[in-house]
Design a binder for this molecule. Structure first.
Ligand SMILES: C[S@@+](CC[C@H](N)C(=O)[O-])C[C@H]1O[C@@H](n2cnc3c(N)ncnc32)[C@H](O)[C@@H]1O
Length: 277
């Protein structure tokens, strides 16, 4: 039995997601953010090269997605990060295979703002994808669009207010000051090597990107799961937004990085008790 380290309002399991997930109770998480190994993209990192073939990787993916479906609440979402590029055919097959396990909900484009590899036979890749799945077709998915509105600039607000078709200027201004709905193209610059946010993980995700997913996909106090925690970005984002969380990570060096990171950000206004502990 894996014993987690409790920290802040969450817990970190150092272990294999496929072994830890079955120990978690069903329908426990409102949101699951999974940024799994990509399959032979980071050739110098053993954790991205343990599968013998694409089929082997696909079979593994289906197994952990099945477990995620079991632990997800009926109105929750599972997000899976994936990228095209070197493993293009594998990610396409991942999308297809997991859509047989859960219901396709959305495909979000994470626009990284700058190109990220040296591809010469096509345009330079600049985006990654985040596949959103819900447990069933008929699921009544929780999603708070208001939580992630994008503010208009003052200049835009003033120019919209000059539009004479709107007679009630006060109501119009109130509406504009709420900002606009975010689209499913999220432009968040990826972390450069020199970024202050970088803390020693080769595929660390920007915290604002993860906070955007958490703020819209859960309520304060909800429980969030990250089965491939890496440097702990999901955990830090959850702490910042007052959510509970569980993270799983095989590599003890990364869990140490995550624990150190979390020492600095944990909040004190939640009780921090997960249902199953
Ligand atoms: C793409 S990285 C996640 C990075 C993370 N989102 C962040 O912002 O730091 C994938 C992580 O999965 C971990 N991993 C690989 N195989 C695993 C497994 N079977 N169970 C749990 N974690 C695993 C790797 O060690 C790696 O840290």
């Amino acid at each position: 039995m894996y014993k987690p380290t409790r920290i802040g309002h969450g817990e970190i399991f150092t272990g294999d997601a496929l072994k830890v997930l079955p120990t978690l109770p069903e329908k426990n998480f409102q949101l699951i953010i999974a940024d799994p190994p990509y399959f032979q993209v980071l050739l110098e990192h053993a954790w991205d090269n343990v599968w013998k073939s694409p089929d082997d990787y696909l079979a593994w993916t289906v197994r952990w997605v099945e477990e995620c479906k079991r632990v997800l609440k009926p109105d929750g979402l599972l997000y899976i990060f994936g990228q095209l590029g070197k493993r293009e055919h594998v990610w396409l097959h991942v999308c297809s295979s997991v859509a047989h396990v859960m219901q396709f909900h959305d495909m979000i484009i994470w626009d990284r703002a700058v190109g990220y590899n040296e591809r010469y036979d096509s345009f330079t890749p600049q985006y990654e994808m985040i596949l959103a799945l819900r447990p069933t077709v008929e699921a009544n998915t929780y999603f708070d669009k208001d939580a992630v509105r994008i503010p208009y600039s003052e200049e835009k607000i003033q120019s919209y207010l000059r539009d004479n078709r709107y007679k009630d200027k006060v109501a119009r201004e109130k509406h504009l000051r709420r900002g606009k709905y975010a689209t499913n193209i999220l432009r968040v610059p990826s972390l450069k090597g020199t970024s202050k946010e970088k803390i020693g993980h080769p595929s660390q995700k920007p915290i604002t990107l993860i906070q955007h997913l958490i703020a819209s996909g859960s309520r304060e106090g909800d429980n969030i799961l990250d089965p491939f925690l890496g440097s702990g970005t999901t955990a830090e984002a959850a702490e910042n937004l007052g959510r509970r969380w569980v993270g799983i990570e095989t590599d003890a060096n990364y869990t140490l990085i995550a624990k150190n990171r979390l020492q600095k950000v944990t909040r004190s206004d939640l009780t921090g008790n997960n249902e199953y502990s």
